[in-house]
Write a protein that binds this ligand. Structure first.
Ligand SMILES: [Mg+2]
Length: 221
């Protein structure tokens, strides 16, 4: 049975980007979308409503641009070390995102993550419809994911660690045994157990009492 579970947010945590802004670049709505994202991450807007509003600006975009967006994502420093270090200690690493499966799936596979959950963009006739397909992964859904993954693995809530930067991470952070605000926005800075301001996720390892593993040079990033 795994000893513990680390759950990370994706946008601005696992990766350096906000994926919806990269997609909005292609739609010509980046400025508008970035402004709404910043307000949502500061806790000024309801996440689900703000996501619907942002995704609506993407209507009509050729779904083929998602392949370019995947190429533009930058993984945050220290992620391969964090994953390897947690796995070596018998733990699990999962991510939950208010972003999109279309971008996250190949990345999560490449990084060897144990589980992940995100939103899905609705596509019709090869174009984004401007709607989200299925229920939205909001703050509560992030906490639900953490709880479900921990229960599946028989890990008590004290054995869970939640890492995030935005207001939609606060519910899962409250649920976790240890919460880490990663280069976090104001609402998270007030409530996280620990703040990590250097953008290097391998620094989570010493917080868990774990060393930094030596990685094979072929380790994918
Ligand atoms: Mg985030």
């Amino acid at each position: 049975m795994p000893a513990f579970l680390v759950v990370l947010d994706v946008d601005s945590t696992l990766i350096e980007n906000e994926v919806i802004e990269l997609i909005a670049d292609a739609a010509g709505t980046r400025e508008e979308v970035a402004a709404v994202t910043a307000r949502a991450m500061n806790g000024e807007l309801d996440f689900a409503a703000s996501l619907r509003e942002r995704v609506a600006t993407l209507a009509g975009l050729d779904a083929a641009v998602l392949a370019d967006v995947r190429e533009r994502v930058t993984v945050t420093r220290g992620v391969p070390e964090l994953v390897a270090g947690v796995h070596a200690a018998g733990g699990r690493v999962a991510v939950v995102s208010g972003g999109f499966h279309e971008i996250l799936d190949p990345l999560a596979e490449r990084l060897g993550l144990d589980a992940w959950r995100a939103n899905r963009l609705e596509v019709a006739d090869g174009r984004l419809t401007g709607r989200v397909d299925g229920p939205i992964v909001d703050a509560k859904a992030k906490a639900d994911a953490l709880r479900a993954w921990a229960a599946d693995a028989g890990i008590p809530s004290l054995g869970t660690i939640a890492i995030g930067d935005g207001a939609n991470d606060l519910v899962m952070m409250a649920e976790a045994g240890l919460s880490v605000g990663f280069d976090a926005k104001a609402p998270v800075r007030q409530r996280a157990d620990v703040l990590l301001d250097e953008r290097d996720l391998s620094l989570v390892l010493p917080l868990l009492g774990l060393g930094r593993p030596a990685l094979p040079s072929s380790f994918p990033v």
